[in-house]
Design a protein around this ligand. Sequence first.
Ligand SMILES: Nc1ncnc2c1ncn2[C@@H]1O[C@H](COP(=O)(O)OP(=O)(O)OP(=O)(O)O)[C@@H](O)[C@H]1O
Ligand SMILES: [Mg+2]
Length: 448
Amino acid sequence: MRNDVIDKIKARYEIVGFDERLEAALNTALQVAPTDLSVLVTGESGVGKEVIPRIIHDNSPRKTKRYIAINCGSIPEGTIDSELFGHEKGAFTGAISDHDGYFAAANGGTLFLDEVGELPMSTQARLLRVLETGEYIRVGSNEPRKTDVRIVAATNVQIQKAISEGRFREDLYYRLCTINIKLPPLRERGDDVVRLFKKFAQDTAAKYKIPVPLRLTPDAEQVVMAYKWPGNIRQLRNVVEQMSILRKEERIVTPEVLEQYDVVPNSSSTQVATMGNPAGHHFDYDKERAIIFGMLNQLANDVKSLKEASVYPAQDDAFAHGHLLGPSPATLSVVAGEHKDAAADDYDEVTPLPSDADGIHQVGTFHHQDSAVMNRVGGNEGAGSSRYIDVDAEVLDDDVDLNLERLEKKTIEEALRRNRNRRKLAAVDLGISERTLYRKIKDYGLEE
Ligand SMILES: Nc1ncnc2c1ncn2[C@@H]1O[C@H](COP(=O)(O)OP(=O)(O)OP(=O)(O)O)[C@@H](O)[C@H]1O
Ligand SMILES: [Mg+2]
């Protein structure tokens, strides 16, 4: 595609940057726009995925029809099928009349399914059906209806991991991903970060009528290029806005100023630590924090489900997703695979945590102890992945619950503080979905 076409797109959608992979992404969007192919946009949180489906729609023959963007992660599981596919009167309590869903509303147009990795399994099955047959069924109906909708989806979750853990259908992934548009993280876009800084400084100055926009010193430019920007362009924009407003008198941004906003080059971008992983992959602190939080979260759930389940098989699939607990004061012991009976020998078991798309592995060592209770906790029976858990009686002590809850609450509070109350960033920081974070904020009464 000729550069001037890409330049026009950049100007129209206020996209800043000359990064090759960014330009390739825009190029692909324009090339696939006239077709009906499904597109999956991938990239970390805040990299600018949302503009891609808009470009595709605006440059397609569907542009005169509706473009509807849906955030799959923010619709409660109980209502998502009805919102997407509609429902019949009487389908459930409160369904007082027939209701058209987004698939009906977007007929002839484009549906953007943002955070598609958050779709519940039942909804994934319905979506696959529309993609394959162009037909959908309203909740509470048996009658298939036709729709002509072009789907563009986006995800920032490591979808391969979701697939391997059985949370996302592989067949749906391939169906959605006919074309994959990948957006690079900000830390890999070289000096685009400085261009973006300038753009946001100018935008903020114009918006708040500040006569002179912020300006980076040469040293500070190096810092913003070296910093990791875990929240990518969204985080950069927020930092620039905050600095513009809070430092109205001072227009020069030095490395010291950036430090006050936690923009420090070696805080996470350049410093990596290797954990004991067999492949020797690098491991960074942000991911470590997310993994530890995930473990904590899982530990709380597991203790809860063990208490509920006592010696009965649990429905809870606490271990079905392969999250294993690291050594805890309670010393949990987990065996994957073959059945083991309650008289199992002592053993040291090294069980790998699931790897993510970057190939990060973490290994935890779990020590067996004389077990007072052996519970079966598993959601994948028959798949050769039944898992057993031995638990010391003390684990079931209420104090453990309480301490875990306190720890989890504190971790969430800190993530919110670190991200200046921006829940989207805090969720990324913690490695959980926005929906889960909202629920936990509510559960712990952390709403402002
Ligand atoms: N190249 C760019 N030039 C200018 N602004 C950009 C660029 N890329 C992203 N932005 C801005 O950054 C912000 C974040 O982008 P966006 O909301 O599309 O992120 P995302 O990839 O959808 O993130 P998430 O996965 O968290 O939803 C938006 O305000 C967007 O306008
Ligand atoms: Mg988004």
